[in-house]
Design a binder for this molecule. Structure first.
Ligand code: URA
Length: 217
C-alpha cells in the first residue's frame, strides 16, 4: 500500500523511482509541479530534453506555449498543477511504451490526482487523454467536457503539436478559452475561495459555451 500523503513526499518518491527502465537514462525524474490546492491539473505525455535537465515539467518550447495559453485566460503557472503521465524522459523523446505508461500512472499519476483533487483535469494530447479515457480520441474529444470518475476532464491538443503544425495553434487557443467557463460551471454554487476566481470573472470569458458533454460514471 502507498503511504505517501503529501506532495513533498510524492516528489521524493518520484525522484527516486526505479520502477521501470526509463530511470536508467534520465538525468532527473520530473514530478508534477504546482500548489496542492490547484483547481486545474494539466497532464502532458513525458518530459523532454529541458525537463529532464531541470526536473520541472513543461519548461521547453511546449511549456512556453502553455504559459502563453495560461496568460491568455488570466491564469499563471503558480496557480495550476502541471504534470506528465510518465515522469522520466524516454530516450530521444520516443513515445512512452505501454508498460512505462501503466507503471507511472499506477505508481504516481493517480496519487498526484488524489492529493491535488482538482476540479478540472486538462489532458494535453492523446497519451494523457487515452490513459484516462481509452475509448476517446483527441480529434473528436478536444474542447469538450468529459467525465472520468469524479473528475471533469477537458482534452486539448498537446501544445507541442502547434510547434510542428502551426494551424493547430489557433485551435488550441480557442479550446483553452473555454476553460474559465468550464471551471465556473462545475464550481459549487457560492464558493468564493477558489484561486482562479479573478480570471474566471474576466469579461472576455462571459460568453463561454456550456460544457458540450457530461459523461460522469
Ligand atoms: N511535453 C510533455 O508532454 N511534457 C513536458 O513536460 C514537456 C513536453
Amino acid at each position: 500500500m502507498n503511504v505517501i500523503g503529501n506532495l513533498p513526499d510524492l516528489r521524493l518518491g518520484i525522484s527516486g523511482c526505479v520502477a521501470c527502465p526509463l530511470h536508467e537514462g534520465r538525468t532527473n525524474a520530473v514530478p508534477g509541479d504546482g500548489p496542492a490546492d490547484a483547481e486545474v491539473v494539466f497532464i502532458g505525455e513525458a518530459p523532454g530534453f529541458y525537463e529532464d535537465k531541470q526536473a520541472r515539467p513543461f519548461v521547453g518550447q511546449a511549456g512556453k506555449f502553455l504559459d502563453e495559453l495560461l496568460e491568455s485566460v488570466g491564469w499563471t503557472r503558480e496557480q495550476v498543477f502541471v504534470t506528465n503521465v510518465v515522469k522520466c524522459r524516454p530516450p530521444n523523446n520516443r513515445d512512452p511504451l505501454p508498460v512505462e505508461l501503466d507503471t507511472c500512472e499506477s505508481n504516481w499519476l493517480k496519487l498526484e490526482l488524489r492529493l491535488v483533487d482538482p476540479k478540472i483535469v486538462v489532458t494535453l494530447g492523446r497519451f494523457s487523454l487515452e490513459r484516462l479515457l481509452p475509448d476517446e480520441r483527441i480529434g473528436r474529444a478536444r474542447g469538450k467536457t468529459l467525465g472520468w470518475g469524479d473528475y471533469t476532464v477537458f482534452p486539448i491538443y498537446h501544445p507541442a503539436a502547434a510547434l510542428h503544425q502551426p494551424q493547430l495553434r489557433n485551435v488550441i487557443k480557442e479550446d483553452f478559452q473555454k476553460l474559465p467557463g468550464v471551471l465556473r460551471s462545475i464550481r459549487a454554487p457560492g464558493s468564493s475561495s477558489d484561486n482562479l476566481d479573478q480570471a474566471a470573472e474576466l469579461p472576455s470569458q462571459s460568453d463561454e459555451p456550456e460544457p458540450q458533454q457530461l459523461n460522469l460514471f
